[in-house]
Design a protein around this ligand. Sequence first.
Ligand code: SF4
Length: 248
Amino acid sequence: MADYNPKRGGSYNYGGKQWKLSRSKIDLFLECPHCFYIDNKLGTKRPPIPTFQINKAVDHQLKKEFDVHRVKDTQHPLQKEYGIDAKPAPHEKIDEWRENFKGVQFLHEPTGLLVSGAIDDLWINDRGEYIIVDYKATAKNDPVRELDTKWHESYKRQMEIYQWLLRKNNLKVSNTGYFVYCTGKYDQEAFDKKIEFDVVLIPYVGDDSWVEPTIYEIKECLESKNIPKFGDECEYCVWWYARNEYEK
Ligand code: SF4
């Protein structure tokens, strides 16, 4: 029996007690308002793709590593290597902000939408500005050093939503965030029960000015009685309509 439930309980739909506007929902709205509406208003989510456990393992290890330096109030070697005037930030809410089902939250009063997003890490620089940090893991022939693919646009928006959320929680947040990008190597001589990673720190200067206007658009979408149009780039419905051709 599949875990996927195409008719979700109403409390997880818009208007229900458990519903929140997570950063991934904001991204889905931008990708395809049609899917966003069917998911959040009507209760049928697009079937999920499996979470890659190797990425979770990398995240977990990085969090542990940076936490050691957070407690000691020292720089992580990566911060030294890149000459960044920052340390992992101690904050009483850091654990809550990193928890998937809680995260950083902000109630946007004009729309009544509770916006949330779970960060990977928070650093602080010498000027007392908080820095959003996101960990990414992949495997490729060459280490990722630039944010230049379609996926990366989504990563940049993710960073900007976190910056907006923390500003709304009254933190002074630097426009510059960082991706700790870990690329698993294909060219090891022998597997030897381990995969080695290149770790690259990629800075990104965010601009969160689009976030609030998008929240208003989302509110309008959710209040509408009409299902909006499809997005252009998703391949699922293209596949769905093509496969239905065979069943006519
Ligand atoms: S194209 Fe279809 S599956 Fe893809 S996001 Fe839109 S409604 Fe969902």
